[in-house]
Structures are given as structure tokens and as C-alpha cells.
Design a binder for this molecule. Structure first.
Ligand code: SF4
Length: 219
């Protein structure tokens, strides 16, 4: 008998590489800062079930790229997907390939679309706080100040799209998040338990692998 689950696990398995202090990933900017801090101090292998969820997201992203490239859609042109990203700061670097972002042109305007898959589109009435943070960060870094978050339902490919207005002040605060994280990692200081404090981020604690440590304020 063929064990297809195992074949999928083997196919998507990734080499586990602990993160290095001083190298940060653009797609993580919207995460709870304390959780990010723990992920550097106590790296954990990503469980196969979670890898499968990520892979399902990649498949949806690939589909969105196909739709945007299609000759049948004339009003939007895909300019770039899988965008390489690198910002060198004074003593750290933010770099990595951004997989969930595309650059398009519509009515002669360049814009960013952040693509997110969801299992319940009906539950989405506005873009998630962390997705807005991520998009504002990309808008600032790539100097494209038009941005949309697109949610695609994994069950039926229905979608919702939201415009995110560029906000200079909020964007500057978001860019500072990596400096805050870097400082705390270098000084070995535990950052504030952000997701517990910010109501739009509370849900993150339910899926956090560091919850036990966090509840005890353990370093
Ligand atoms: S439990 Fe919540 S506040 Fe604590 S690290 Fe995890 S996500 Fe952050």
C-alpha cells in the first residue's frame, strides 16, 4: 500500500536551521515580539502538520499568481512574485524571499498585494492586524505606497480583498520592531508579552509553542 501522507511529509520536509541573532525575516514582522524572541533563544523544529498548512498556503499563492498572469485578465498585470528582500541596518540585517507578496500594475499604478489563505472567509470582516503590519512594512521598504491584502478561501477559492492605506507614522513604528527585537536579543532581555497585551493579537497565544515559558515570564 502507498503511504501518501509520508510521501507528502518527505516531499515538504525542510532542513532545520536555528535562526541567527542579527538576521531577521521580513515575513515575521507582524508576529508577537516575545514569541519571536523565544524562537531565536529556543529554536523549535516545525511540526509536519504545520508544514502542510504552510504548503497549502504556497499552493494557493501559486494559483493567485496564475490568475494574475492569465491573458484572460486584462486589467491587472503581474510584475513580480517571490520578491527577494534585503535591508542592511547598522548592526543587523532583514532579508529573505517574500513568498506571500506580489507586485502588480493596475490602471498604470504599481501596487503590492499580500496573499493570505484562510479556511473561513466568512469570518474575515477586515484585514488581520499582523497582516496589515506586514504589508505596511513592505510598502515602506519597497517604496510602493498602494497596498491590498487578498484573502483566498482554501475550501472554495472565494476571496475578499482589502485596501490598506499607507501610514507614514505607523510604518516607521513597524520598521522599529526589528531594532527592538535585536536590542532585546543582544541584551538577553525578555520583551513584553505583546500578543497578550494587544487585543488584535490575543489569538496568537492559542497557537504559541512558547506559552508555558511566557506565562512564567521565563527567559
Ligand atoms: S503566549 Fe502569547 S504573548 Fe506569550 S510569547 Fe506566545 S504569543 Fe507572545
Amino acid at each position: 500500500m502507498i503511504d501518501f501522507d509520508k510521501m507528502v511529509d518527505d516531499h515538504i520536509a525542510r532542513e532545520h536551521k536555528p535562526k541567527q541573532i542579527g538576521r531577521y525575516y521580513p515575513s515575521e514582522i507582524g508576529n508577537c515580539l516575545r514569541k519571536l524572541w523565544y524562537s531565536y533563544k529556543y529554536p523549535q523544529k516545525i511540526e509536519p502538520d504545520l508544514l502542510k498548512i504552510f504548503e497549502a498556503g504556497n499552493i494557493i499563492h501559486g494559483f493567485v499568481v496564475e490568475v494574475l498572469k492569465s491573458e484572460k485578465n486584462k486589467e491587472v498585470q503581474l510584475l513580480q512574485s517571490e520578491i527577494p528582500f534585503k535591508i542592511e541596518m547598522e548592526d543587523y540585517m532583514i532579508s529573505g524571499r517574500v513568498d506571500d507578496l506580489v507586485i502588480v500594475s493596475s490602471n498604470g499604478k504599481k501596487m503590492l498585494i499580500e496573499v493570505k489563505s484562510t479556511k473561513n472567509l466568512d469570518a474575515i470582516g477586515k484585514p488581520q492586524h499582523n497582516h496589515v503590519m506586514q504589508l505596511l512594512f513592505y510598502m515602506t521598504a519597497l517604496e510602493i505606497h498602494e497596498g491590498l491584502v487578498l484573502y483566498v478561501d482554501k475550501n472554495n477559492l472565494k476571496s475578499k480583498i482589502f485596501e490598506v492605506p499607507f501610514d507614514q507614522i505607523k510604518s516607521a513604528e513597524i520598521v522599529d520592531r526589528f531594532s527592538f527585537l535585536h536590542k532585546h536579543l543582544k541584551k538577553d532581555e525578555l520583551p513584553v508579552d505583546e500578543a497578550k497585551k494587544v487585543s488584535d493579537m490575543n489569538w496568537m497565544c492559542r497557537y504559541c509553542e512558547y506559552k508555558n515559558k511566557c506565562d512564567k515570564n521565563e527567559k
